[in-house]
Design a protein around this ligand. Structure first.
Ligand code: AKB
Length: 324
């Protein structure tokens, strides 16, 4: 039987890049991209899905004989604090809908993204272990911690093969993040390439775990492809990429743009970031499915700047700002 993948939240930062990677892997006709609004940039099959509508997910699953679901739709840490109860409703309802449709239709594998946001003051800040105490202080983090337990519940109770990763902040040139606390680490590269000053909403010494998009995609697919017997964690796997502070990215960027100017204006996101880990112990992912990151801050910076220069056509006479 062919693998037919449904990606929910395919317009998002990770979703758009993951969809393309899955199309490459399984064939363009075997990946159904979906989101709330149409995805103009997509080649291949696209369906509008509001993931709070269980019947609509069910309909698409039946129509295309879907065998795997990647559920990427969620409201992130910073945006979620504007409307905590609505964020809880959306993040949980969409997850329940995916789990239920998957259970009813015997979906082979489900991917549920979790986040370093599940950790709070009760967890060690350095080399935070996979099984650290979870006391998240954002509604996004609370929804992810609860979601991890529901994922495990569906596995234990119904045998649904749900797999999950706790993503650090994801950095990529292909797409823009939205509503997260780690978003500065993408935005800063855009400002540097455009020759603009950067206003940072975190303090210069706020170290957070991050991961390059290519590593994040590779980790996701590796986890989803791992033999079932090797998956020993049914809540969510820690994965590490690289850890750095705004000051460290700035100093890397200044190797290429010595005049790059930055001002620090920490806002409510500083509070969120200061409760998150600085570095992650990912030994379970390394042991169970061979996780190894490939990109460090230096290589991330080189690639981000080179690719964004191409995107913005820096150097061309009429600079065009491309849409993401
Ligand atoms: C956020 O900042 O909210 C996300 C995350 C770490 O999950 N990027």
């Amino acid at each position: 039987m062919d693998t037919v993948v449904l990606v929910i939240g395919a317009n998002g930062q990770l979703g758009s890049v993951l969809t393309a990677a899955l199309q490459k892997k399984y064939g363009i006709d075997n990946v159904i991209a979906s989101d709330l609004r149409s995805g103009d940039n997509f080649k291949g099959i696209f369906e509008i899905i509001d993931a709070t509508d269980r019947d609509r997910i069910h309909e698409v699953v039946i129509t295309y004989k879907v065998t795997q679901i990647y559920h990427l739709a969620a409201i992130l840490s910073a945006k979620g604090e504007e409307t905590p109860l609505a964020t809880w409703d959306i993040n949980m309802k969409t997850l329940f809908n995916v789990l239920e449709v998957s259970r009813i239709n015997n979906i082979n594998r489900v991917f549920f993204p979790s986040s370093i946001a599940v950790f709070g003051e009760g967890a060690p800040l350095e080399q935070t272990p996979n099984d650290a105490y979870l006391d998240p202080a954002t509604v996004y983090g609370i929804s992810k911690a609860a979601g991890e337990n529901w994922a495990q519940y569906y596995f234990l109770r119904y045998g649904l093969d749900v797999r999950s990763i706790r993503y650090p902040g994801v950095i990529g040139y292909q797409s823009l993040p939205g509503g997260g606390t780690t978003d500065y680490a993408v935005d800063i590269y855009h400002k540097a390439v455009l020759g603009e000053k950067f206003d940072c909403f975190l303090n210069n010494d706020t170290t957070l775990p991050m991961i390059f998009m290519e590593d994040a995609i590779r980790a996701t697919i590796a986890l989803m492809e791992a033999p079932k017997k090797d998956i020993t964690i049914r809540t969510s796997y820690n994965i590490a990429g690289v850890s750095f502070s705004p000051a460290e990215v700035v100093s890397e960027i200044r190797k290429l743009y010595p005049d790059f100017s930055v001002a620090y204006h920490p806002d409510f996101r500083q509070e969120i970031a200061s409760r998150w880990p600085k570095s992650i112990d990912d030994s379970s992912a390394v042991h169970d499915w061979g996780w190894q990151p490939e990109f460090d801050l230096e290589s991330i910076t080189t690639i981000m700047i080179q690719k964004l220069k191409e995107k913005y056509k820096i150097g061309a006479k009429n600079r065009k700002v491309l849409m993401f």
